[in-house]
Ligand binder design. Structure first.
Ligand SMILES: [Ca+2]
Ligand SMILES: [Ca+2]
Length: 372
């Protein structure tokens, strides 16, 4: 623009030369500037309309955003892709509503109060069920460990071993959604934080109670992309560590040092970071979000059909070669524990998986419902 203004000033300073050639030259230049001006205005008008269009989202009275029909390539096409994110394949979806935020502590508290619901983490583990997810011959743990509780992240301090994830997760008796780090802790002051320690069953029951459902994996990914085409992140392509904080993730050296550059060491209030272009918040980071689908590492190979697949509901059963004895559901979006050096789970194509009875201190969800 400054360049254009300078040009304009130069043109104005030359208008006092009145010979015929100059007049023709200036007339042509004038017309050219008018045309350029019109084109510029058109471009600005168009881009401003298009930006407004992107930012404008249709919301219902349940704070859900209308996600438009999809015809997109699901899966990753970037350097960091993992084998279970391939091949990219065509997916078509009908429009649907999606919660603009993760379900919060206050929303979940209302459900618990009205439905008298007891979460998985508040229930004594059933060894008969538990052992089905473990290799044959796994000995029964001591009865003192088979008590209500959940897994809580615990930074290993100086240890640099990135494959020692079992060291970071500690079984804490009494840990659940309202006692996030065990007996004596509380969620006072955290009403607008996402609810955590959610099993798939908890998430599924909440959504049903609310007259909604969990998103399919395809619905989750399409919504996270926010209308961007083939970008690795819900905000585009800029790396997480560049520019302004984009999501609540792990800043610093995982899992030892968290510099809190984004302002938060654990969960953040929903809406603390800019939404994506569909008006959805925290589709990257904060807490992992359960989807309805079973996890299969080879699901995308099964889904890669000529002409694409419409409204896929996930595979009929689960298969994870890493733990073939455990049935797992898909989680998406990464959490406050993800960073570029370790899992980059906030990539829109990243697939996480866990057994449905697993709730961790970074597991949450949001719901969707069909457009009527
Ligand atoms: Ca953070
Ligand atoms: Ca999230």
């Amino acid at each position: 623009m400054i360049k254009w203004i300078n040009k304009f000033l130069y043109w104005r300073s030359t208008i006092f030369t009145f010979d015929k050639e100059s007049i023709n030259y200036l007339a042509n230049k004038f017309i050219m500037h008018i045309l350029l001006g019109c084109m510029l205005s058109f471009v600005l008008l168009f881009s401003s309309c298009s930006n407004t269009e992107k930012k404008r989202s249709v919301k219902n009275n349940e704070n859900m955003v209308l996600i438009p029909a999809a015809d997109f390539m699901m899966g990753a096409n970037e350097e960091l892709s993992r084998p279970d994110e391939l091949p990219r394949h065509r997916v078509l979806l009908d429009p649907y509503w999606m919660d603009e935020t993760e379900v919060t502590n206050s929303q979940f508290a209302e459900f618990v109060k009205l439905a008298k619901y007891v979460t998985t983490a508040e229930t004594k583990p059933d060894w008969e069920e538990l052992k089905k997810q473990l290799p044959d011959g796994t000995p029964k743990p001591d009865d003192s460990l088979l008590v209500p509780g959940s897994l809580v992240f615990n930074s290993p301090g100086e240890s640099d071993e990135l494959d020692s994830f079992y060291q970071w997760w500690i079984w804490v008796p009494g840990a659940n959604w309202k006692q996030p780090i065990g007996h004596g802790s509380s969620i006072n002051g955290l009403d607008d934080h996402p609810v955590i320690h959610m099993s798939w069953f908890d998430a599924n029951e909440y959504c049903k109670w609310a007259g909604k459902r969990l998103p399919t994996e395809a619905e989750w990914e399409w919504a996270a992309r926010g209308g961007l085409k083939d970008e690795p992140y819900s905000w585009g392509s800029e790396l997480i560590n560049k520019g302004k904080p984009k999501a609540n993730t792990w800043d610093g050296k995982f899992p030892n040092v968290n510099t809190k550059k984004d302002g938060f060491k654990v969960t953040s209030p929903v809406k603390s970071f800019p939404p994506n272009d569909y008006g959805l918040y925290d589709m990257a980071g904060n807490v992992w979000e359960w989807t309805a689908d079973w996890y299969r590492s080879d699901y995308y190979e099964m889904s890669n059909k000529p002409g694409g697949i419409k409204n896929p509901q996930g595979p009929k059963n689960s298969y994870d070669p890493v733990e073939p004895f455990a049935e797992k559901r898909v989680q998406r979006g990464g959490s406050f524990l993800c960073n570029e050096s370790y899992c980059s789970g906030y990539r829109v194509a990243f697939r996480q998986k866990a057994s449905p009875d697993t709730g961790l201190s970074h597991s949450g969800f949001r719901c969707v419902k069909n457009r009527e």
